[in-house]
Design a protein around this ligand. Structure first.
Ligand code: NAD
Ligand code: IPM
Ligand code: MN
Length: 350
């Protein structure tokens, strides 16, 4: 029998609520097969920091590193919470995990499932994946501020892009496009303005494109990409872009394809030198936390991505099919609790 050893980081707000449901589903599929599932929970996040002053201690990171994969809920305080410096947990826990574990492919699929309403009147067939770079860009904390709090303050936030980092993520996106039915890759940047990083991305895409003649390559400036995501999302197959553009585009992608409650993601270390991490695209949603109002589908679909990454595509498909069936039937149902949605998916696992 196969065994999977998971680290589980429920986090803050709705994180623990949606992770409870994802774990429920993982345990169910494991019990249906000969999969042995071992789960170790790590208490981390804004609440943990308030209690202990810890974000991600080195020994905790070392322990997390030993697992096969990580299931992550969400972290972060409410925007108005003055007890926690803004961004502290996001940077020192979430981004630290992505950077330390070399999650260079942030995979964010967008699929408009049958029965889901989109805010777009005629969205067409929406089924694309964003390959967002996960370890570089403006996220690396390379900046500073001078004369803080004065009228002469200067703040910089320098985007770091390396040939190594851009090549590996672009190569991954080409591989995915080559395996897809439509074989189309759209790379998104802003090389009309961001000439240094933009041109590195441009040259990298052009060089790797030569190795994949079967893949049709298209380029969009990021501002235009937001237009087409709304007016013609069906044109996209694989999108590759940098860390910040990818963050923004994937919330938009979620909004057009059923909402943030359905958007799953994987932070992938494709070299498998460290565990990959799977999490919903959404955050801790302080506005609905603790009320059983969160949709756990994004977390459950993230668990499916996890199984797929760990070489269990049939189990992943079983979960996705169950979620898809639940989604298809939900229009006629009223408001359900987080646990009721989890139970309904569980019942459809067959
Ligand atoms: P958010 O994603 O938490 O919430 C945005 C809106 O979407 C809210 O109205 C929320 O109620 C709704 N929403 C989110 N998930 C939902 C779900 N599963 N079901 C139904 N509705 C859902 O984004 P935000 O408000 O910008 O951020 C809140 C906190 O979360 C901040 O501290 C932020 O830094 C953090 N954050 C963390 C992550 C992460 O851990 N990966 C991601 C994004 C934001
Ligand atoms: C996401 C989140 C994070 C990001 C934040 C919380 C650091 O918005 O996972 O999309 O910007 O990557
Ligand atoms: Mn985001």
């Amino acid at each position: 029998s196969t065994s999977i050893d998971l680290a589980v980081i429920p986090g803050d707000g709705i994180g623990p609520e949606v992770v409870t449901e994802a774990v429920k589903i993982l345990k169910a599929v494991a019990s249906q097969t000969d999969l042995e599932l071992k789960l170790t929970e790590y208490t981390l996040g804004a609440e943990h920091w308030l209690r202990t002053g810890e974000t991600l201690p080195e020994e905790t990171l070392a322990a997390i590193r030993q697992h096969d994969a990580i299931l992550f809920g969400a972290v972060g305080a409410a925007p108005g919470d003055t007890r926690i410096p803004s961004g502290l947990i996001e940077r020192e826990l979430l981004l630290k995990l992505r950077f330390s574990l070399d999650h260079y492919v942030n995979l964010r699929p967008s699929k408009l499932y049958p029965g889901v309403s989109s805010p777009l009147a005629a969205p067409g067939v929406v089924d694309f994946v964003v390959v967002r770079e996960g370890t570089e860009g403006p996220y690396v904390g390379n900046g500073g501020a001078l004369r803080v709090g004065t009228g002469e303050e200067i703040a910089t936030e320098v985007s770091v892009n390396t040939a190594f980092g851009v090549q590996r993520v672009v190569r991954d996106a080409f591989r995915r496009a080559a395996q897809s039915e439509r074989k189309k890759l759209t790379y998104v940047h802003k090389h009309n303005v961001l000439v240094y990083s933009g041109h590195l991305w441009k040259r990298t895409v052009e060089a790797i494109a030569a190795e994949y003649p079967e893949v049709a390559v298209d380029y969009l400036h990021v501002d235009a990409a937001t237009i087409f995501l709304v007016t013609d999302p069906a044109r996209f197959d694989v999108i590759v872009t940098d860390n910040l553009f990818g963050d923004i585009l994937t919330d938009l992608a979620a909004a057009i394809s059923g909402g943030i409650g359905l958007a799953a993601s994987g932070n992938l270390n494709m070299d498998r030198s460290a565990p990959s991490m799977f999490e919903p695209v959404h955050g801790s949603a302080p506005d609905i936390a603790g009320q059983q109002k969160a949709d756990p589908s994004a977390a459950i679909l993230s668990a499916a991505l996890l199984l797929d990454h760990l070489g269990q595509p049939e189990l992943a498909a079983r979960i996705e099919t169950a979620v898809e069936a639940d989604i298809a039937g939900r229009a006629s149902l009223g408001q359900r609790t987080t646990a009721q949605i989890g139970d309904a998916v569980l019942a459809r696992l067959g």
